[in-house]
Design a protein around this ligand. Structure first.
Ligand SMILES: [Zn+2]
Length: 331
């Protein structure tokens, strides 16, 4: 099959996002505009063949809706993965999906070149190219969601690491004797405190350890949003949990800021929807504790792409690769 090369022509990209809870597909143009969007539950336990069949169907519908000729396919997925070979190795959020050659399968399904990137790295590329970080040269993106992920722009370019697994900012240690981390198995990772999952788990643990009355005690499985709301209402247990969340995030972020001296930190993911309740105190802590002058000219802002960050990010990696002169995989 003859497959066209993607040049610098900026043809629209079919973006595919493989999340642990949601599959999404959309057509995104070179200005970051979303022309179509379809999403469905991931149900990863049905396996990779079934999952990719449903993902590609979403992609065919998104392509038909947009009515645009595609240049390439961009795919974002959680790691570990091998971006150069285009293979999902054993993504933590997709149990049982091992050694899935997703790029080759996408090339066969759509007849276009394709590229794979870690989803948080892709989101960083999306925020840098089209979102809150547009125009910056040194930027860190951190997503607080089911897990905690991140991506780093160094001197205007996306940092990938040797096999595309660099920038695992969720596994920066904030307490080396701390809570076990579901993601990597070590202790005291940022993810073990500041992910939505961990905030909910810490609420359950705190309730089990105290006789103190709390609004959260009436809930079956309190979420990060429940903890934030109860903290706003002055519930002492929730205030304690929220302060601990802020402290962990500020601690991890201070280390990250000291490493990279970014101009801008963009925070995305569901946990950050509370806005200033999280960003305000984190900003103050990082500014107070980062090694001078790394923390002082720094802005910490919320994601501009919101719910579309997954597909806009997956498209951004294609435009980023083309701009960087990196090849996309062909059939
Ligand atoms: Zn970890």
């Amino acid at each position: 099959v003859a497959v066209p090369t993607v040049g610098g022509d900026g043809s629209p990209v079919l973006a595919l996002d493989i999340g642990g809870t949601k599959l999404a597909a959309g057509v995104v143009d070179s200005a970051g505009a979303v022309h179509s969007f379809h999403a469905a539950p991931s149900e990863p336990e049905r396996g990779p063949d079934d999952g990719l069949e449903r993902l590609f169907e979403l992609g065919r519908r998104a392509t038909a809706d947009a009515g645009l000729a595609l240049g390439a396919v961009g795919i974002g997925c959680g790691g570990p993965l091998n971006t150069e070979r285009g293979v999902l190795l054993a993504p933590l959020h997709l149990p049982g999906w091992r050694d899935v050659p997703v790029v080759q399968l996408a090339i066969e399904a759509f007849g276009r070149p394709a590229a794979l990137e870690n989803d948080a790295t892709a989101a960083a590329a999306g925020e840098h190219r089209f979102g809150a970080g547009a125009g910056t040269r040194h930027m860190v993106y951190l997503t607080l969601s089911t897990g905690v992920g991140g991506g780093v722009i160094v001197d205007g370019r996306l940092y990938r690491g040797a096999m595309g697994n660099g920038g695992e900012l969720g596994h920066v240690t904030v307490d080396c004797n701390g809570r076990p981390c579901r993601g990597c198995g070590r202790r005291g990772c940022l993810e073990a405190y500041a992910s939505g999952t961990s905030i909910g788990e810490r609420a359950v643990e705190a309730l089990a350890e105290t006789d103190e009355q709390s609004i959260l005690g009436a809930l079956d499985r309190p979420t990060a949003a429940d903890v934030a709301a109860a903290a706003r209402d002055g519930d002492p247990l929730a205030v304690g949990l929220w302060d601990e969340t802020v402290a962990a995030l500020a601690c991890g972020l201070t280390s990250i800021v000291n490493l990279f001296e970014p101009e801008l930190v963009v925070l995305g993911g569901g946990v950050t929807r509370v806005g200033e309740q999280l960003l305000g105190p984190v900003r103050a802590e990082v500014e107070a504790h980062a090694v001078r002058p790394a923390g002082s000219p720094l802005a910490i802002v919320q994601s501009a792409l919101g719910d579309h960050v997954g597909i806009v990010g997956a498209a951004a990696i294609v435009y980023d690769r083309v701009a960087s002169g990196l090849m996309l995989a062909h059939g």
